[in-house]
Each structure stands twice: as C-alpha cells, then as structure tokens.
Design a protein around this ligand. Structure first.
Ligand code: FES
Ligand code: FES
Length: 252
C-alpha cells in the first residue's frame, strides 16, 4: 500500500482510470481535496482500489461512479465536522464493528456514533461536547485526559471508546454534585492555588478523586505516587499535593 505521501499520485492514477471510463470529469479536483483534507478519507478511496501482486494498482471492478462519489461526499462531511486527523485512525479499522453504541457517561446513557479505532478522549470532546477532558500529548504520557472507568483512573487518549461500552465513565464534568457544588478536591485545589494555566487540572482532579475514593486519608507519599501520572508543565506539583491533603481533611 502506498505511503500517504504518495497519495496524490495514487489518486491521480485512480482519477485516470475512472475518467478513462467516461465517468467523473471532476475527479482530479475532488482528489486534490482528498489530499488536502488529510488522511481521514484515505481508507474510503483506497477501498476503491485493488492491489495486484507486483504492487501496481488497479481499480476495483466493483467501483462505480455512484459509489466513488458517495465515498467522497461522506468523507467531505466528516472533514467539515472537524474530525481531521483522528478519523484517519478511526476509519482504518473499517466498518465491520457496529458504530452506533450507547455509553454510560457521568451516569447518563449517551448514544453516539463511534469509529472502531476512535479514542475515548476524542469521543468525549468532539462527539459528546465534554471538553473538560483535555488532550495534551495524546500518547499516554501526560495525564491531562484522565477519566475514571469503573472508578479507575485511565488515560482516555489511550482507551478505545468501543472498549468502554459496558463500563461507567466519569469525566471531569461528572465530578461535581447535582446541585453544582464543586467536589471537595476541586474546592481544595482552588484553596491551594493549584491550577496555574489549568490545562492539567481536570486530569489532576480525576486522579485525586480516584485516590480519595479508595483511600480517604492517604499519606503524602501515597498522594505523590497516585498523582505521579499527571504532569504539570506549570510545575504546581506541591500545590496539587497540598490540595489532595486538604481535601482529605489532613491540612488545616
Ligand atoms: S493526552 Fe492522554 S496522556 Fe496525555
Ligand atoms: S497548571 Fe498548567 S500544566 Fe498544570
């Protein structure tokens, strides 16, 4: 399969095959758009191509003008929705998995259309509008995307949404009380001036909540260990530590 850098030439080849069959006059223009709108459309048009043993491409005999255009329209709609890079991964898994699933998010059932390889962080932010969960590194290193899955803190950027279908997910939006009262951890973080830029704060809150749910009066070292998966580029670690100690009632 050609690399993504070879996309334009591949599309041009595809364009030639199709236009040679007197089908789409504007395929080249559409193809250029496919290239410019990143890889998320790649799998659509790759599905139209067959690869023969020597590596050369040929057009899938099942490809019709109607199918090709439908694929382009679908891809364009996805790009317009701002799904960009993530759908490149999402669509690569194909469509064998049922996409319309129901998630349990913050105690509510949320039906959502999810690609097979879509991450939970992406689903929360861009499908469910729960933007309190932050995506920092998007590779399981910083902890800004931390959510609770069945009470356990997880990096949501590294969890497939399809894998939490039967689990209870709590994001930062689900931490406060029903009447809007902030969680004790949130109040303590404010009291200790823990958030600086605030980007890491939702993840810090989630890790602290998980810790205190299981260990209401942790030692300072236990707090340090429990929060070690949450990086803070502002360096407010001691403030967050103090916040957790305050939330546990061990700091006057
Ligand atoms: S964004 Fe998930 S760990 Fe950094
Ligand atoms: S408060 Fe800025 S990254 Fe932690």
């Amino acid at each position: 399969m050609p690399g993504f850098t070879g996309l334009r030439s591949s599309v041009t080849a595809l364009s030639g095959c199709i236009s040679g069959a007197k089908t789409i006059a504007s395929v080249s223009a559409i193809s250029a758009r496919l290239v410019s709108e990143t890889g998320h459309v790649r799998s659509n048009w790759l599905a139209c191509i067959q690869y023969i043993e020597n590596g050369a491409m040929s057009v899938n005999p099942q490809l019709t003008r109607r199918r090709f255009i439908k694929g382009v329209i679908f891809s364009g709609a996805a790009a317009t929705a701002g799904t960009g890079f993530y759908l490149a991964n999402a669509q690569s898994g194909g469509f064998a998995v049922e996409r319309l699933i129901t998630l349990n998010i913050n105690g509510r059932s949320r039906p959502v259309d999810v690609y097979p390889t879509e991450t939970l962080a992406y689903t929360l932010r861009y499908k469910l509008d729960l933007t309190g969960t932050k995506i920092g590194c998007n590779r399981g290193e910083c902890g800004s995307c931390t959510v609770l899955i069945d009470g356990v803190p997880n990096y949501s950027c590294s969890v497939l949404t399809h894998n939490v279908k039967d689990k209870a997910v709590i994001s930062i939006e689900g931490v406060k009380a029903a009447d809007g009262t902030l969680h004790a951890v949130q109040q303590a973080f404010i009291a200790e001036n823990a958030p600086q830029c605030g980007f890491c704060t939702p993840g810090q809150v989630m890790s602290a909540v998980a810790l205190l749910n299981n260990n209401p009066r942790p030692s300072r070292d236990e707090v340090r260990q429990a929060m070690s998966g949450n990086l803070c580029r502002c360096g407010a670690y001691e403030h967050y530590l103090n916040g957790v100690m305050r939330a546990s009632g061990q700091l006057a």
